[in-house]
Design a protein around this ligand. Sequence first.
Ligand code: SF4
Ligand code: SF4
Length: 149
Amino acid sequence: MDPQNESAYCGIFCPDCIRYKNKYTEHASQLKAELEKIEFDKYAEIDTPFGANFKKYEEFSEVLNELIKSKCDNPCRVGGGCSGNPCKIMECCISKRFEGCWECSELDDCDKFDILTPRCGQTPKNNVKLIQQHGIRNWVPLKGKFYIW
Ligand code: SF4
Ligand code: SF4
């Protein structure tokens, strides 16, 4: 795919994202279907020392649903945002008719990147600066480590 299509408005390179074309969603869907078929929720809610941790089953189901929802088969620019949901950065760029934040003079002071900082640190903003310096077609080999871990 064209590096421009794979580069999100915020400087994320979508193929680096854990959600992108992931395999876990399919596994999670199959597990959910199997657990529902055998009514595991009824088994889990019984108060007994045999599997006391099943008391957390409801919480586990929420995580399972989230894993299923977080599938993202298309990069941001192609699929209309993360799993099809536009974020504030994308909306801001579109409203300003920017191809990405690299066209913006307010990047350094922009607080819309705060949503990305917990997992990605400063990488998205730094990537945007790389795009400013090297262009959308040449920046990919220079990109930063996507996650903080
Ligand atoms: S659009 Fe968002 S969720 Fe999808 S791959 Fe890109 S960064 Fe990840
Ligand atoms: S203000 Fe500029 S840097 Fe911030 S999201 Fe909008 S376009 Fe991007």
